[in-house]
Design a protein around this ligand. Structure first.
Ligand code: UTP
Length: 292
């Protein structure tokens, strides 16, 4: 069955970006001049998915507004003859259909996905986290969809992370069934290095089947009161099949301050207008700061 919908959880508190996120959703912080969530939505659209189930919470209205029609702004740009900007603004509101579902409390990623149950129905669906921005030739979620078409089972995106980072991710254990595709046996959430079964981390792209909902329902909250998607994936790996794809491309973790800054620098360097100027500026900066 074709994957038509993507769930984008955006109900977290964004505490790592306070005070910026006190009144602005983390997902609306810009990558150069584009909200991070738009980058993620464009990846879905390029992969043939244009139905979005947005999981929102308190203070997240700006995300819905961003993908809605803004008659005031369109009228203003039209009156000034700013055709290019007008087209850009119109294209954003026409790009996708969005259904919003409220997660009343941020009780973890598993709980956020569970909130999408009625909107998703009885069909496979994608999940994309706005924290992870993937720069790749073939969109990351399209790479997962290809594997899903072949194996007709749950698929997650995998990345090799350094030893120092294994305790920040869900880490998997499994066997490679073909180059870059791993059949996953076990998943451990944020293990200390000594307990990590590998360096393969699950990052924020998934293709899930409806069985995930009953797996989540059976979970108890962890000691922080959160319901972890990793534990539901483990249940599915026990009774069915879960595959991991070591995707082609570079992922930027825009959910932490350093990753966000790096992503901004890289995307600015790739920008036709800003790139050359920034490159020169950075050279001067390095020359000045050196190892000061
Ligand atoms: P994060 O854990 O990175 O987001 O979740 P957060 O909780 O907002 O971040 P910090 O640690 O407080 O800074 C990854 C994605 O999942 C969503 C978040 O909005 C984010 O886009 N999320 C997380 C939910 O929708 N609901 C939750 O309960 C937790």
């Amino acid at each position: 069955m074709a994957v038509k919908k993507v769930v984008i959880p955006a109900a977290g508190m964004g505490t790592r970006f306070l005070p910026a996120t006190k009144a602005v959703p983390k997902e609306m912080l810009p990558l150069v001049d584009k909200p991070v969530i738009q980058e993620v939505v464009e990846e879905a659209v390029r992969s043939g998915i244009s139905e979005i189930v947005l999981i929102t919470g308190m203070g997240k209205g700006a995300i819905e507004d961003h993908f809605d029609i803004s008659t005031d702004l369109e009228g203003f740009l039209a009156s000034r003859g700013q055709e290019e900007l007008l087209k850009m603004v119109r294209d954003i509101s026409r790009m996708v259909d969005i259904i919003s579902v409220r997660q009343k409390e941020p009780r973890g990623l598993g709980h956020a996905v569970q909130c999408a149950k009625a909107a998703v129905g009885d069909e496979p669906f994608a999940v994309m986290l706005g924290d992870d921005v993937v720069d790749s030739e073939v969109p990351c979620i399209a790479q997962l969809l290809k594997v899903f078409e072949k194996y007709k089972s749950t698929v997650v995106a995998l990345e090799f992370v350094p030893d120092s980072d294994v305790d920040k991710y869900g880490i998997v254990e499994g066997e490679e069934v073909e180059p870059g595709i791993v059949k996953i046996k076990n998943l451990v959430e944020k293990p200390p290095l000594k307990d990590a079964p590998s360096n393969m981390a699950v990052i924020g792209r998934y293709i899930l089947t409806p069985e995930i909902f009953s797996a989540i329902e059976g979970l108890a909250p962890d000691d922080r009161g959160e319901i972890q998607l990793t534990n539901a994936l483990q249940d599915i790996a026990n009774s069915d099949e879960v595959y991991g794809v070591v995707f082609e491309g570079t992922r930027y973790d825009a959910g932490n301050r350093f990753g966000f800054l790096v992503a901004n620098i890289v995307y600015a360097l790739k920008d036709g207008e800003l790139g050359p100027q920034l490159r020169e500026y950075l050279k001067g900066l390095v020359a000045f700061w050196g190892d000061r």
